[in-house]
Design a protein around this ligand. Sequence first.
Ligand code: PMP
Length: 292
Amino acid sequence: MSEVLVYYNGDYVPKSEATTSVYDHGFLYGDGVFEGIRAYNGRVFKLKEHVDRLFDSAKAIAMEIPLSREEMSQAILETLRKNNLSDAYIRPIVSRGVGDLGLDPRKCKTPNIFIITQEWGAMYGDLYEVGLKAVMVATRRNAPDALSPNIKSLNYLNNILAKIEANAKGGDEAIFLDSNGYICEGSGDNIFIIKNGKVYTPPTISNLKGITRATAIELLVERGYEVLEVNVGFFDLFTADEVFVTGTAAEAAPITKVDGRLIGDGKPGPITGEMVKAFEEITGTTGTAIYE
Ligand code: PMP
């Protein structure tokens, strides 16, 4: 089988050749941005939204991507075509580029753009039926006035520290609190809490403005549920009837245990079940066609 091809600054190169310098500030400092996108059934789900967020993240770190949004979208589609992929995970990365050992991004002449694609199925497998065990972690989410969690930057160390803690505590996913003690999100997904038929989710100040989160809200509202974007705390989480997380990788995934306590009766609830099913439908039937 021929080697996977990676988009690298306008070329499609074998993955072994998609390498950058150790002086790239993406490597030295996590200075850059990325996206995580999925393709299902020959269609890229929410391509425009992901490309827009990539450009917004770049703008927030004062980095100009040397491609238009349309060119970026076409490069993503072409990378999938070059690799004959229909069900895939897509990872566009834009690093600040090669500079010197100092922090100053003005030394980096031009950003490096990579698009990595790989075949990909469900993230959590049968955990959709049993639910995930989550743990609340001591590591606080980056404060919005320090490094805004709205920026999907290459600096994911905060999330990695949360994951390390969750792993050590035997959890499938970490739940972050912000510095005020409100629940923000998981290490790689947004969170929803259901109580008495109403749905609560934290506002997008201290978390990533998840594209799956926005889709979940639309799907819930379409189905007649009231969705409240409000701060939620421990009490709301421990006394919830249902909890689920959303993300490109996780889609909608039930959380049935938090810190060893059962959520509801410890089984994925009916609204969560509706969401898991709704995602299966929407991801399989909508999106930008790769092959046309
Ligand atoms: N929060 C974090 C920290 C994430 O990394 C992700 C995954 N991109 C999400 C939330 C979910 O965002 P989306 O639904 O856009 O994938």
